[in-house]
Every structure is written in structure tokens, then in C-alpha cells.
Write a protein that binds this ligand. Structure first.
Ligand code: BGC
Length: 963
């Protein structure tokens, strides 16, 4: 009975509250919900006025910030500010104190002068700020770590008074995990629900920065003796993935526990070599990102409990390997994403190999299971698990067996199909295909302790890119359960897209999974082989798509910090950030340093990311300027990667020149965005970059356009870049280029042949030059190369190559570049959101405060063989102002329906392509002009431009008369 009460109250409230009341929700600080441990002097506040009504907007706001929950210790009252801004309002109160929780609320006035007060419990908590670490020291194992060992550190402390609050601030050189009194430290988000951050402190450029995190540990501490423990694994600091960047350093740990008692006194416990002890004889015997984990459950001991006898542990040493700064962690953390957990779709038990006419034969199958089952696995047999989805993470299993039994697991993205060398197989048909992992071992070894109730395990010091895994054992065991846990940066997913075309929907799902798999602390290229690096080119191409799929402001803010840290003194941005391998200053890779901040500004109206990165961008522009040679002034960056993995080569110097022009264009836009008056410094810089762009363009024309006005580079990618960047001298040469591009695609059988660079450019550019029909032809193409080709080959993520595997020929012989989880080609989703559904931010009023809705239905009149029309598409995007929706449906009679939603406190310009000049436009079956919220309708040729206030609308365009 008790539980029914809230429902009754809700029903009553619904009855008495005015219908469609505006509410103020989703309060955020620094674009995050209730962040803890931020070291920002002037945090920024955001909220969403929400309403089902049309034409709702904010006319004023008032923010109140207080150091207590009852708002008695106010530190800022903004007073009523007449403004429609509800994103990123800068704090203007008294200086914030470190390690303090502040509560805040906002009061909003809407267009009817109604006042709405936020009801969410909203807070933020400052980190250590300038307080320092109270002499906490980086501790290390007293013995030199042998390869991939995972030391444990521990101390005890006695807390004798009643605790009011307690926080631990911690960081690691290597990836660390903290325990207090036998319990793992995490963040309690609601009673009984704690989330844990994995792979802390995350990946940064450790030559300059390491992050620390803050946790509320009050509930883990007890009166009396307490124990604090930490493990540190190699992670990105010391393992193979560090590529020796930091020399041969030791693992390290630093922590500061601050306990405030109710009597006003406090206690501080810090890491040091006197009171902390260490041992490397724990259950995790080895842990390494590329190679996996070795775990011996017989070594599990209660080493983080207060009563543990550590008399045979050693004193810690002091780690002096880190010379950079410890900064507060920003952004979404890496977590096990429980809602994405995978139950195997198929389990195969086999023993040995059956000979066939192929080189390796095929596995000798004993049994297959398509439902979760308890499986008895005898020694000598192997289980192959299929998660049904290529993913990143690890497995969690529960087993029973004798102590000392060893389980070995291996991970792979694909299975060998026929066991034939000629098809690129590396083993018998049905076994794991692992040769594409290169030197990464990607394995788990688990030794049972022999618990009669069963024992549960998942690794924590490594991750795998896999769809399949196999399992063998040294003695008979029983496996009670085994699931796939998805591990990655837990950024909020904010986009959706679907059509009436199942394979296009599968492609979209593959793109989402590519992002889930490769956003792990930083944006990476792939999760499986011995790479997994922050390749700048890949994210520059995929970044726009990624920021429609997920809320990435804080993620990009943090990562662009890594990019800056890794910038070379001469201004060259690195090829991978954090830098640990390969070089610097390569065209279309380095430019991520400019493109990503600009993307974040467009999507999130985050000016700070531009301001923060501006000096580094200018340094990069200076680097580009220095690349002149005797012949040419505007060469652009390096030519190492060109149009990576394309079918047809485009001169990589040509690409670098185009990207120089692109950089100048973006620098002009960025400078204008930061300029606040006509002639301020930023305005002057904008003008400077316009001149630079014009100069590059002029030299480009002398280099690459012949006397007859033709582009000398005859590839799709070459035309696309020159068109996108407006590099042609006249409208006639431009139009000719558009025609040539179309011919190139047609004569290639309506197929693209672009690599990373061209594929990232092709679809939006085709639409921008009036070739949306061609873009649809490409989207629905099923032959090699095309997006749906890999879908037809069974892909569940986006591949590095269009043909990493084909049913016809097997695996691509270029084994080293045969990743089945590379997001770059997934950039096509940008076109799905921005052109098919037509959801765009307005550069002049970014962050979707004003929305440009330009849906482009599949209006093709003719179809390449085998293709049919897409008749329906819909997308949504949760901007910082609220959810934007755009859907269209082509009816059998030729009418087109457009359903759109524009969040409160925003406006939109909806551009509709009309079926003919005489067409009429209805909204909710009324003439659109007369509809509430429709500000104006302007028809021009075959388009209608409709200005809209907020709200949901249902438009119909028709060539017939109104009903
Ligand atoms: C990576 C790519 C990367 C490229 C640059 C590859 O090994 O996997 O995604 O951009 O190298 O050349």
C-alpha cells in the first residue's frame, strides 16, 4: 500500500496543474549533471525550459547559488536578468571555495511573464582547486615492477569521531582502483545504486597532465580503524600501448582522504612512503591493455579490510617519474554500460578439428546452444561464444570447478569461415580469426579457487574488441553464466535515426556501436589490435556524427586538452592524441585541433572550447605557414596519410593544400564567433584569415586548375574537397566540376571510391551542390565499395575497409589494416541527421538556439537497379535546449508529411522542398499560414521557408487542393 501513494499524488497533481505547464529541467553545470570535483572558478549553468505548448520562450532568468541546501548561505544571486539564454550562463558570484558542495536553482520567466522555479535537486562540488595535496606523495612499489604486474597499496587510519562528510581525491600512474574497508569506491547515484568508474584516471598526455577524481566516501568509512587500498595496473602509462613514450616508468598512486567531523574538526590521510605498504602478490597477476589479464583467484585475500595482517608487505617507494600537473577530471567517465549488456546469441562446443578439403579443416562441433545454459565443459573441449554484436569491453562469468583449474579465453571479432588460406583464414572454419589483432594477445587467464558455490569474475585492467570469444580449461568445469559487458565512455546517447529501409537502419546501428566501441576515455581508431590510439584524422572525420549521437561537450573539452598538451613546440598537432607514437603535422589528421572545437561550438554553443584552443590553433597556423618551399607558399601540412585506405589515390599534397584552405576558413569563422565588436582583435584575425584563405585559393588554382578551367586531379575526393571549400575561380568552372563529379560517380557504377578524407566529405557536399539524388544512390548502393556492402557481408559495426571481409573472397589480405570496428566511414550518419532528417544548428546562433531544419526526402525520380525509394525517415536529437525531432513520410498520392518538434526557448527555420510550384502547405490540416506558432511562410521556386516558434507541428505538402 505504501508504494501506491506517490502514484496517487502524481495523478492528483496532473489533475490540478494547468495543462501544458512549462517546467524547467535538466539543470547542468559545465554541461554536466551535478558534477563533483570540478576545478573551475566560474562554472557555467544551463537548464531547459520545457513545454508542450507552441511559442514558449524564456524572457528572464534568475540563478541562485548557495553553499547549503536550504539556500541560506547564498554565494550568488544573479537577480532577474532579462535574457533568453539558458545555456552556459557564467557564474558571477563570490569566489568559490575548494572542496565545497554548492546547491543551485533557477527561476525562469516565460513569454506570459509566468515565473517557473526549477525543482530538481541541483548541485556542483568544487575539487581541490588551489588547496593542494597536503604533501600527499606519489607512491610506488618498493620493488621494480616486472612486466605487467599490478601492485597493491594499503594503509589504515583511525577515525574516532562522528563523520559529517568525507571525500577521497586520487590519481594513478597507470590505471587505478580504490577500496575502503573491503568495498570498491564509486559514486552512489541513488540509494542502493552505485556506479563505478573504470580505467581511472583515463588517458591524458602524461608528460603534462594526469587527472584526479573525487569520490564521496562517507558511507564507506566506519568509526575506529579503517583501511584504504588501491591497485594500479599498467594502463596507458606503462603497458605496450604507451609505446615507451614515458621511458620505463614505475606505476604510481596518489591520494588524499579528507574527513570532516560533525564537531568541525577534520582529518587528512595522504599517500606517503612511511604509512603505506605494498605488495605485488595479489590475485591480478598481470594486466595489460593489449595483452589481457592473468588472474589467480587463489590469491584473493581481504587486503583492503582493516584487520588484514600486512606485516609481510613492504614499505612503499616514492615515484618521481611524473613531472606534469594533476588536474581535476572533466567529463563522462568510462563505465560498464549495463544497459548494453550482451547475452550470447550462440554458444558452440567443439573438440578438435575435422578434416575437409581446406587447409585448416573445420571445428568438430559437439553441441550448439542458442539459449543461455549451464554448460559442462570437459577438459580438451572448447566453447565459442557469439555475442551477436561486435563490441568493446570484457566478459563476466560464473564457474564451478576444482581449485587450480586454469581457464583460458581468447577474443576475436570474426570467425574463420572455410579454413582456407586463400580466403585469409588463420585457422579451422568456426574458430576465432585473430591474425588481425597483430601483436595484441587479447586473452584472459583465470585460475579457479575452487569455491563450491561458484566463483564470479570479470577483468578490470584490460579491454577487448570482440564479438566472439573462446574458452578452454585444464580440468572439467561448469559454466553457470557468461555475458558480454560493454565498457566505454558513458556519454549520454542523444540521437536517433530510422527509416523504412532495414539495411539503412542496420548501418545506423553499426555506426552507433562503432562509437560505443571506440569512445573509451579518448576517441580511438579501433578497440582490438595493438593500436587503439587517439588518431586525429578518424575523429576529425567522425566528430560531427559523434556529436549527434552522444553528448560530447565535456568529452571534447577534455580531449582537446590532450591535443594541446601533445602539440609540438613548432605548432604541429600530433597524429595521435595523447601523443605516444608516430609523428606530427599530417594533413587531415592534425586539423582535428581546429575542427573538433568548432564542432563543439556549433553543437553545444560552447565558446570556452574555442577560447581555450585558440592560441594552439594560431600556433598550428604558424606551423602551416612555415611549410612553404621555393615553389609554393601554401603547401599545408604533411602528406603521410592522404585519402587513407581509398580505392583510388588522390595526390596527398593536393589534400594538404585543401586542408590548409579549410583551416583558414575555420579560423575565420572561429575568430568571428569570438569577436564582440566590428574591429576588435578577433575581427581583425577573422579578416586576416579571409585574406589567407583567398591567397591559398589563388595558389590552389595555379597549381591544380588547367588553362581550360579543369581540375587536374580527376578523382572523386579531389572534386569533393575543392567543391566543399569553394576553390574554383568561377561559377562556370564550379558547375563543370559538379558535372564531372557526377560523371565520375556514375561511370564508377554509382559507387564511391573515396578513403577516410573523401568519405567524410562526400554526402554533405553532394547535397550542398544539388546532388542529393546521387547521395541517395550511394547510400543505397550494395556493391563494393559501399556502406550497405559491409552490412550485407554481416557487419555489426563499421569496418576500417569497405571489404575487410567479403562472403565471396573471405578476409582482406591486408591483414594489418583489417579492423572490424573503425568509425571513420560511419561519418555518413552526419548526412542522415543533417540532410535526410535535416536537423542543423545555425552557425550564427549555435547550440540549436535557432535550428535550421532542412529535411531532404528521397525525391529521386529514377533508381539504380535494385534500389527502391525510402519513403519514411525520422530522427531526433536532444540538444541542450531540448529534443528536436524531424520526420517525413512520402504518401502514395505524392503528398509529403513532415512532423517536427522544436524545443521551448528555441526557434526554427524549416525549409521544405515542394513537389511543384503550385503546391500547398498545410499544418495540422489547416493552411500553414494560419497555424499557431507559424511565424511566416515564404515560397520561393520549389521551396517554402517557414519560420517557426517552439512546439510540435505536423505539415503536409500537396499539389492538390485542401481537404
Ligand atoms: C589507424 C587509422 C589511422 C591511420 C593513419 C591506422 O593504423 O587505424 O585509423 O588514422 O593508421 O594512417
Amino acid at each position: 500500500m505504501k508504494k501506491a501513494l506517490p502514484i496517487v499524488i502524481i495523478l492528483l497533481l496532473q489533475y490540478f496543474l494547468p495543462l501544458n505547464a512549462t517546467t524547467v529541467n535538466d539543470l547542468r553545470v559545465e554541461y554536466m549533471k551535478n558534477p563533483i570535483g570540478i576545478d573551475v572558478n566560474q562554472p557555467r549553468f544551463s537548464w531547459k525550459p520545457e513545454s508542450d505548448e507552441r511559442g514558449v520562450f524564456q524572457t528572464a532568468y534568475r540563478i541562485i547559488v548557495s553553499a547549503d541546501e536550504s539556500f541560506k548561505k547564498k554565494v550568488w544571486d544573479s537577480g532577474e536578468v532579462a535574457s533568453d539564454q539558458s545555456v552556459a550562463i557564467v557564474y558571477g558570484g563570490a569566489a568559490l571555495s575548494p572542496t565545497t558542495r554548492y546547491f543551485w536553482k533557477v527561476q525562469v520567466k516565460d513569454q506570459t511573464s509566468r515565473t517557473i522555479v526549477s525543482t530538481e535537486k541541483a548541485f556542483f562540488e568544487t575539487g581541490l582547486m588551489n588547496l593542494g595535496w597536503s604533501n600527499a606523495q606519489w607512491i610506488k612499489s618498493s620493488q621494480r615492477d616486472t612486466i605487467n604486474t599490478v601492485p597493491m597499496f594499503r594503509t589504515t587510519c583511525t577515525l574516532n569521531k562522528k563523520i559529517r562528510s568525507a571525500r577521497i581525491y586520487a590519481s594513478g600512474l597507470g590505471i587505478y582502483e580504490v577500496y575502503i574497508n573491503g568495498k570498491r569506491v564509486g559514486t552512489t547515484i541513488e540509494k542502493g545504486k552505485t556506479v563505478y568508474d573504470e580505467f581511472k584516471p583515463g588517458w591524458t598526455d602524461y608528460t603534462r597532465t594526469v587527472s584526479y577524481s573525487t569520490y564521496d566516501v562517507k558511507d564507506l568509512l566506519i568509526k575506529g580503524k579503517n583501511a584504504i587500498g588501491a591497485i594500479v595496473a599498467p594502463g596507458w602509462w606503462q603497458g605496450g600501448i604507451s609505446h615507451g613514450k614515458y621511458g620505463n616508468p614505475d606505476l604510481g598512486f596518489i591520494a588524499k582522504l579528507v574527513v570532516n567531523y560533525t564537531d568541525g574538526t577534520s582529518e587528512v590521510v595522504v599517500t606517503n612512503s612511511q604509512t603505506w605498504k605494498c605488495s605485488s602478490d595479489g590475485a591480478i597477476r598481470q594486466g595489460d591493455i593489449y595483452n589481457g589479464e592473468i588472474y589467480d583467484a587463489r590469491k584473493e585475500i581481504a587486503w583492503t579490510s582493516p584487520g588484514f595482517d600486512d606485516s609481510n608487505w613492504q614499505a612503499c617507494g616514492i615515484n618521481t617519474d611524473f613531472k606534469g600537473e594533476i588536474k581535476a577530471f572533466v567529463g563522462p567517465t568510462v563505465q560498464v554500460r549495463t544497459q548494453l549488456q550482451r547475452i550470447p546469441v550462440k554458444i558452440t562446443r567443439y573438440e578438435g578439428v575435422v578434416k575437409t578439403d581446406s587447409d585448416y579443416g573445420k571445428i568438430n562441433v559437439k553441441e550448439t546452444y542458442t539459449q543461455p545454459a549451464v554448460i559442462s565443459l570437459p577438459k580438451g573441449q572448447t566453447l565459442v561464444y557469439d555475442m551477436g554484436q561486435n563490441m568493446t569491453g570484457w566478459v563476466k562469468f560464473k564457474v564451478k570447478g576444482a581449485a587450480g583449474t586454469e581457464i583460458t579465453m581468447r577474443f576475436a571479432e570474426m570467425l574463420n569461415d572455410e579454413g582456407k588460406k586463400s580466403r585469409g583464414d588463420d585457422g579451422p572454419g568456426g574458430s576465432l580469426y585473430r591474425i588481425n589483432l597483430r601483436s595484441a594477445k587479447a586473452m584472459l587467464q583465470y585460475t579457479l579457487k575452487g569455491d563450491a558455490q561458484g566463483e564470479e569474475y570479470h577483468p578490470s585492467t584490460t579491454f577487448f574488441g570482440f564479438r566472439y570469444c573462446d574458452l578452454t580449461t585444464t580440468e572439467d568445469i561448469e559454466i553457470e553464466s557468461l555475458t558480454g559487458e560493454v565498457v566505454g565512455t558513458a556519454s549520454e546517447e542523444v540521437g536517433s535515426f530510422s527509416t523504412d529501409h532495414p539495411e539503412v537502419n542496420q548501418l545506423f546501428s553499426n555506426i552507433i556501436w562503432g562509437q560505443r566501441s571506440n569512445f573509451l576515455s579518448i576517441p580511438t581508431d579501433c578497440p582490438q589490435r595493438d593500436e587503439r590510439l587517439g588518431w586525429m584524422g578518424d575523429i576529425q572525420i567522425f566528430g560531427r556524427t559523434a556529436s549527434y549521437n552522444a553528448d560530447l561537450d565535456a568529452f571534447f573539452r577534455k580531449w582537446t586538452g590532450d591535443v594541446r598538451d601533445s602539440q609540438r613546440d613548432d605548432g604541429a598537432y600530433p597524429d595521435v592524441a595523447p601523443h605516444c607514437w608516430v609523428g606530427y603535422g599530417q594533413a587531415a589528421w592534425a586539423e582535428a585541433g581546429i575542427i573538433i572545437p568548432w564542432t563543439a561550438y556549433l553543437m553545444y554553443a560552447d565558446k570556452d572550447i574555442l577560447i581555450e584552443n585558440y592560441p594552439a590553433m594560431e600556433k598550428y597556423m604558424a606551423f602551416l605557414a612555415a611549410q612553404a618551399d621555393d615553389k609554393y607558399k601554401y603547401n599545408g601540412a604533411g602528406t603521410n596519410y592522404g585519402d587513407w585506405v581509398s580505392y583510388v589515390k588522390t595526390d596527398s599534397r593536393y589534400i594538404s593544400v585543401c586542408y590548409y584552405a579549410y583551416s583558414a576558413l575555420l579560423m575565420e569563422k572561429i575568430s568571428l564567433a569570438l569577436s564582440s565588436s566590428k574591429n576588435d582583435l578577433y575581427a581583425q584575425k577573422a579578416a586576416y584569415n579571409r585574406i589567407l584563405y583567398n591567397n591559398i585559393k589563388r595558389e590552389f588554382q595555379t597549381r591544380y586548375i588547367d588553362a581550360a578551367g579543369r581540375l587536374t586531379q580527376n578523382t572523386q575526393t579531389a572534386y569533393l574537397l575543392a567543391l566543399k571549400l569553394d576553390l574554383f575561380p568561377t561559377a562556370i568552372t564550379r558547375q563543370r566540376a559538379i558535372n564531372n563529379l557526377q560523371i565520375l560517380i556514375m561511370t564508377n557504377g554509382n559507387k564511391l571510391n573515396t578513403g577516410f578524407v573523401g568519405t567524410g566529405t562526400i554526402m554533405p557536399t553532394l547535397s550542398d551542390v544539388g546532388l542529393t539524388d546521387v547521395a541517395y544512390d550511394l547510400l543505397l548502393q550494395r556493391e563494393n565499395p559501399s556502406w550497405l556492402y559491409s552490412v550485407d557481408q554481416g557487419a555489426t559495426t563499421v569496418w576500417e575497409r569497405w571489404n575487410s571481409y567479403t562472403k565471396e573472397n573471405g578476409f582482406n589480405p591486408n591483414i594489418g589494416m583489417n579492423s572490424f570496428n573503425h568509425y571513420a566511414y560511419g561519418a555518413v550518419a552526419e548526412w542522415m541527421y543533417r540532410y535526410v532528417a535535416g536537423i542543423n544548428p545555425d552557425e550564427n546562433n549555435p547550440g540549436f538556439k535557432h535550428i535550421l531544419l532542412n529535411p531532404s526526402p528521397d525525391f529521386r525520380k529514377s533508381f539504380p537497379e535494385g534500389q527502391t525509394q525510402i519513403k519514411h525517415a525520422e530522427a531526433s536529437y536532444d540538444s541542450y535546449y531540448g529534443t528536436i525531432k524531424s520526420a517525413w513520410k512520402i504518401e502514395d498520392n505524392g503528398d509529403v508529411r513532415y512532423d517536427v518538434t522544436i524545443p521551448a526557448n528555441t526557434t526554427a527555420t524549416l525549409t521544405l522542398l515542394l513537389p511543384g510550384k503550385q503546391s500547398e502547405i498545410f499544418e495540422s490540416e489547416l493552411s500553414a499560414e494560419n497555424s499557431k506558432g507559424v511565424v511566416s511562410v515564404t515560397k520561393k521556386d520549389d521551396t517554402a521557408i517557414i519560420e517557426l516558434a517552439s512546439g510540435s507541428y505536423s505539415f503536409r505538402t500537396s499539389v492538390r487542393n485542401p481537404v
